[in-house]
Design a protein around this ligand. Sequence first.
Ligand code: OGA
Ligand code: NI
Length: 351
Amino acid sequence: MESLDQRLVSSWFHGHSSVPPTYVQPLESRPGCRFMSPSCMSIPVIDLGDRHNDRADTIKHILKASEQYGFFQVINHRVSKDLVEETLNVFKEFRAMPPKEKVNECSKDPIGRCKMYTSSENYEKDAIKYWKDSLTHPCPPSGEYMQYWPDKPTKYREVVGKYTQEMRKLGHEILELLSEGLGLDPSYFHGKLSKNPQVLQHHYPPCPEPSLTLGIAKHRDTSIITILLQEQDVQGLQVLKDGEWLRVDPIPNAFVVNIGLLLQVISNGRLVGAEHRVVTNSTMARTSVAYFIYPSLKTIIEPAQCLLNNGTTLPMYKSMPFGEFRTSFLAKFPKFEEELRFKWKNVNDAR
Ligand code: OGA
Ligand code: NI
């Protein structure tokens, strides 16, 4: 059987002028050629440094974006431009390392929390494969696990360590705004709900037939929120809004933020964990770095009690520890969300 380093798309795609049949998506999932939307349709941009607007205005904007799109970009976020550049460079250097070395650098943790994979985490089960290689590991603020992170490129731990600390701060800032907008305590997400952050880097090599393949299938994130750094000048991410795929074009010095399924549940369906996917292109490799805010496994995920107005509003979702949520989500995808919903009659009509 092929080893992982041989399976990585980045190891073999060079010699191909067409995609192997195992990478050809069924017709209904293909990007097609009519997915481009008018340029006036794009996800909202939230200016976090806008001193002319007061906080209440920022909260209003961010809440509206999270209700209507589940996606927005943030600018003037105070994360240093140099650090962002260094982070992308470290991951690009990683992407250029020999395949065996990449796999070795991600195989230090005996229980596999730091790992590389190709296609999706479920390679064996993917009937049709996805055009990407990924690297993931936990990045708790305590610095635990760092000994299992790659230590090549040489600056990996230093740079990714700093970057994930900054993401934690930015994540809290965004969650404070959302909490206030929803009517929750501003520190609602600061404890166990954001205890287990995870970093996930994707490498999408150029693909000879982008109209037949996908980099990531349509999905929702199982996070509270996700903060994504994408390379400038390379498009790939798309969001489903009212049945249309919208491109999320990179804008300078911005992060893409999306609402995860957990926040959809906690907000009792008010905020949308929007579906999104990644398409490939034929000329440029694309690197993206996602920072997922995840709870500890035992944390109960359910609609926030104070949003149920002392029992006068019915919960739309069942309660479940995060660990079980993750396992069921993976096992039952894409039906899980439906099962999680209560089927009340005539109330809280589902979106
Ligand atoms: C994800 C994801 C988007 C991207 O990792 O869940 O949606 O642009 N990534 O890589
Ligand atoms: Ni995602």
